[in-house]
Design a protein around this ligand. Structure first.
Ligand code: NAI
Length: 331
């Protein structure tokens, strides 16, 4: 039995965590759970966003299932997500977006996985007030960080039978920083002659993603573009409620939905737990529990295909609990 750490975050975090844990338990996932409250509410109660015991637990289990945390905008503490990614060197953020039959979007053939570099770029959070009217923000790109995410993207493509890796950048303007990322990509691509590779400028990619998403397979890109583009890919498949992710490094792995704490719907019992549930499936696959992951994925697919019991973001009227129960009934 493997123990994993679970962080219940803010907003819809606790609701979707409860839903996911009930599915994992019903599916007999061979897991034990070390559960902590984290985020704003925890800070107000106990003076720490993540209790020390929560960090200790993650350092023991090395696997974290995390629900979203509210980050103050333009003030206050640094994003806890960015902190976790840096503290545990979770350098690869992998975000798969795949069409499904439940949600009618103009696209039925999206199958894109974004590999986002997760530790540097503008997200190092180094900003400097030059004078009252001027602020500088530092963008950092290193060869080491670029190499490991790009290599991971190609390795994934090879191991999973994917045919193409596209490098997304803005090297026409950021000639040194994105230029370095692109030159590393071109060099590594030569080692993977069995996989098609190309590169595209990020603004062009945004247009092409909404015109011809089927032409993309795996995207590898620095931090900021990866953050934005992967949300765009969630829009292609029916919204943020359907986009899971894993953040992985050499020693630790953290699994979370791409969406935030959705304060606008918190407590209304209408949050869609699928993104966190699919993140949990990625976690099970990472733990080599593929059979349980497949069982859960099939149950979700069945509920989505039936289309009778769906949360409002997918056009239905079901509560989170009803949707969760429908998945459990289909296990
Ligand atoms: P958001 O992702 O929380 O919400 C955007 C829109 O999508 C909202 O209308 C929301 O109701 C909807 N939505 C999101 N998840 C949903 C779900 N599971 N089911 C149904 N509808 C869903 O983005 P927003 O509002 O910009 O951010 C809210 C807070 O979350 C901010 O403090 C932000 O910093 C934080 N955040 C945290 C993340 C994390 O912990 N990994 C990631 C992104 C944002």
């Amino acid at each position: 039995m493997k123990t994993i750490t679970v962080f219940k975050g803010d907003g819809i975090g606790p609701e979707i965590t409860d839903a996911v844990l009930s599915v994992l338990k019903a599916a007999h996932a061979p897991l034990e759970y070390d559960i902590y409250n984290v985020g704003e509410a925890e800070y107000e109660k106990n003076g720490a966003l993540i209790p020390d015991a929560g960090f200790d637990s993650f350092e023991r289990t090395k696997v974290l299932l995390k629900s979203p945390i509210t980050t103050p905008i333009g003030k206050g503490f640094r994003s806890l997500n960015v902190t976790l990614r840096n503290k545990y060197n979770l350098y690869a953020n992998i975000r798969p977006a795949k069409s499904n039959t439940a949600v009618h979007t103009p696209f039925s053939n999206v199958d894109i996985i974004t590999f986002r570099e997760n530790t540097e770029d503008l997200y190092v959070g180094v900003e400097e007030q030059i004078d009252e009217n001027t602020v500088h923000a530092i963008k950092i790109i290193t060869r080491t960080a670029s190499e490991r995410i790009i290599r991971d993207a190609f390795e994934y493509a090879r191991q999973h039978g994917r045919h193409k890796v596209t490098c997304v950048h803005k090297a026409n303007i950021l000639k040194l920083s994105d230029g370095l990322f692109l030159s590393v990509f071109n060099r590594i691509a030569e080692e993977y002659s069995d996989i098609e590779s190309d590169d595209k400028i990020v603004d062009n990619v945004c247009m092409q993603l909404v015109m011809r998403p089927e032409t993309f397979d795996i995207i590898v890109t620095p931090n900021l573009y990866g953050d934005i583009i992967s949300d765009l890919t969630s829009g292609l498949i029916g919204g943020l409620g359907l986009l899971p992710s894993m953040n992985v490094g050499t020693d630790y792995a953290m699994f979370e939905a791409v969406h935030g704490s959705a304060p606008d719907i918190a407590g209304k019992h209408i949050a869609n737990p699928t993104a966190l549930l699919w993140s949990a499936c990625m976690m099970l696959e990472y733990l080599k529990e593929d059979t349980v992951a497949a069982k859960i994925r099939q149950a979700v697919d069945k509920v989505l295909q039936d289309g009778h019991i769906l949360t409002p973001d997918l056009g239905g009227t079901a509560k989170t609990e009803e949707y969760t129960q429908a998945i459990i009934d289909n296990l």
